[in-house]
Design a protein around this ligand. Structure first.
Ligand SMILES: [Zn+2]
Length: 239
């Protein structure tokens, strides 16, 4: 089981680890611990490099493999011994942009629930842009500017973003988490990671975020689409 260093400190860019397993015909490496995010919850996986015996290997992306993170390499490595020490480094510019974008999505989600009672049903993001789907039957064009102003107030409010790990039973007692479909979590998961924008949003979430909403910067709502009577999709961009 890979230790997920990014879950407790999303600002880590590099790390030391040891190889626990080679996979995918020596195109994949599993480590004892990693800062590479394997993707999920709408956030794309990290890329970067691993340095093994003074040689750099490009990691095209990380991916989840059961309870491990596998680092998918651009080039095959010679068969390596298990337990040898390595160094890893993620593509930080891309990751930090994703942390800001991911946090922007939480701000949008929190504002739309607070002001309109509309729940989020899904979303996806790329660095500096994303889209989110809401059950939001009252959404209309006139609201775009109002929502944009409201989310940017929460950026300026410099709210703290706090991460905690709670036992499953305890997390299930939090009413705010029910709306984010926490009940869909697989039975085997005993601990739930909670990401809270203080006073605005609370979600069960495994992704990476910034520590303060002020780091997100200006958020623009660039488009909105009706995906039916109830479902509306909002598109955001960051500078
Ligand atoms: Zn999140």
């Amino acid at each position: 089981m890979t230790i997920l260093l990014y879950q407790t400190d999303s600002y880590l860019r590099s790390f030391d680890a040891t190889i626990s397993q080679m996979a995918n015909d020596n195109l994949g490496i599993i480590l004892d611990q990693t800062v590479f995010y394997p993707g999920g919850g709408g956030q794309p996986p990290d890329s970067g490099k691993l340095t093994i015996e003074s040689k750099d290997y490009t990691v095209k992306r990380a991916a989840r493999q059961r309870t491990d993170v596998i680092h998918i390499l651009a080039d095959e490595v010679p068969s390596l011994q298990i337990n040898i020490p390595i160094k890893g480094e993620i593509d930080w510019e891309k990751r930090y942009q994703l942390m800001r974008t991911h946090t922007a999505m939480h701000i949008l989600c929190g504002v739309i629930f607070r002001d309109y009672g509309a729940s989020v049903t899904g979303g996806s993001m790329d660095p500096l842009k994303g889209r989110m789907d809401f059950e939001f039957d009252t959404m209309q064009k006139d609201l775009v500017q109002t929502i944009e102003a409201a989310v940017n107030i929460e950026v300026e409010n410099a709210r703290l973003v706090k991460v905690s790990l709670l036992p499953r039973e305890e997390a299930f007692q939090i009413p705010d988490l029910i709306r984010t479909k926490i009940n869909l979590l697989p039975e085997g998961i005993k601990q739930v990671r909670i990401v809270e924008i203080e006073g605005l949003d609370l979600q069960a979430d495994g992704g990476t975020h910034v520590n303060n909403t002020s780091e997100v910067g200006q958020i623009r709502i660039v488009n909105y689409k009706s995906k039916g009577k109830i479902n509306k999709r909002l598109y955001i961009e960051l500078d």
